[in-house]
Design a protein around this ligand. Structure first.
Ligand code: CP
Length: 340
């Protein structure tokens, strides 16, 4: 039987979406929700790979996947800068057949004082189905969802220091791909290095990765570490101790734009103590893999050599997987949520 988007979807009937119309916080996802999204992302990845290796033509892809949300509208509202999240959401929406609106905040009526709520109401009135929003203030996605009376699906594309759920989903998806025979991360030690305190990626990862059995070890300068007491999380200031037997290392860059004052300290000291480089990775497991949400500061938090080492680095794979994870999220919210 020819695989179509709809029959692949129905083969997942054992998994049911919990019904949340938005993806705002990782903590709102239960494990079934996550598995549902991972399966859809896997299906989309297989379809895109089939195009790459010539097994299906672009027309065939457009006639199946490209009709799933044909004619629906996604609007990208990025109040903060972004390269990969914004473009991958745009690409994901287009792969699903949607019309995509990109609001340039610097040229929008936000500059005339229009509120977040009124911006949301305006988009809802135009018939926008999905709002993808990045904002510096935590709680902004909840605000816009309420302002539109939940008529529009809201997806958090990174908010304040608290949440970046689609990044955590794509990180999880990428790590699970490394050992395809293992459906979980049980027994895996994942070391997250850097400015954890200001990292929304680390916050979301701290919710999703332990859900799949991972043991998390946070490491960085004391003043950039959160206070967490949890059986699944260890906290270190000594990178060499933290790195022992690591299966995955996630590099989290210094979030200078979110640090309230000059709290970072001396860059040279940081590099000496916390840079991820080949020397530091010697005490990790032999097959250790390195992830980074990006953007990266080469030769600062991660050495150029490690970032370029294809036997170690999953950074480009994470970017590739970001597209299919976002396709899965958009599709699920638009098709698996029963409207009242
Ligand atoms: N990982 C991430 O959020 O990157 P961008 O800021 O480029 O979107």
């Amino acid at each position: 039987m020819k695989t179509t988007a709809s029959n692949a979807h129905s083969s997942q009937n054992s998994l049911v979406w919990s019904g949340n119309p938005h993806l705002i916080n990782s903590k709102d996802l239960n494990k079934n929700d996550v598995l549902y999204l991972l399966r859809r992302a896997k299906f989309f990845k297989e379809q895109l790979l089939k195009i790459e290796c010539g097994k299906i033509g672009r027309n065939e892809f457009t006639e199946s996947v490209g009709t799933i949300l044909a004619g629906r509208v996604a609007a990208n509202l990025f109040y903060e800068n972004s390269t990969r999240t914004r473009l991958s959401f745009e690409l994901a929406s287009k792969h699903l057949g949607m019309h995509v609106l990109n609001l340039d905040i610097s040229k929008s009526s936000v500059q005339k004082g229009e509120s977040l709520e009124d911006t949301g109401k305006t988009l809802a009135a135009m018939g926008v189905n999905v709002i993808v929003q990045r904002h510096s203030i935590s709680g902004s996605c909840e605000k816009i969802a309420e302002a539109t009376n939940h008529r529009v699906h809201v997806i958090n594309a990174g908010e304040g220091t608290t949440e970046h759920p689609t990044q955590a989903l794509l990180d999880l998806f990428t790590m699970l791909e490394v050992n395809p025979d293992e459906p979980e991360l049980t027994g895996k030690k994942i070391v997250i290095v850097g400015d954890i305190l200001h990292s929304r990626v680390a916050s979301s990862n701290l919710i999703l990765l332990p859900m799949f059995g991972a043991h998390i070890c946070l490491v960085g300068p004391q003043h950039l570490l959160p206070k967490i007491a949890n059986n699944n999380v260890e906290i270190h200031t000594n990178m060499d101790k933290a790195m022992v037997d690591a299966d995955f290392v996630i590099s989290v860059r210094p979030q200078f734009e979110r640090q309230k004052e000059d709290t970072f300290g001396c860059v040279e000291e940081y590099i000496n103590s916390y840079q991820i480089n080949h020397e530091r990775l010697k005490s990790a497991k032999k097959n250790v893999k390195v992830c980074a949400p990006g953007p990266i500061n080469r030769d600062m938090e991660i050495s150029n050599d490690v970032a370029n080492d294809i036997s170690l680095s999953l950074i480009e794979r994470q970017v590739q997987n970001g597209v299919v994870i976002r396709m899965a999220v958009i599709e699920t919210l638009c098709t698996a949520v029963k409207r009242k």
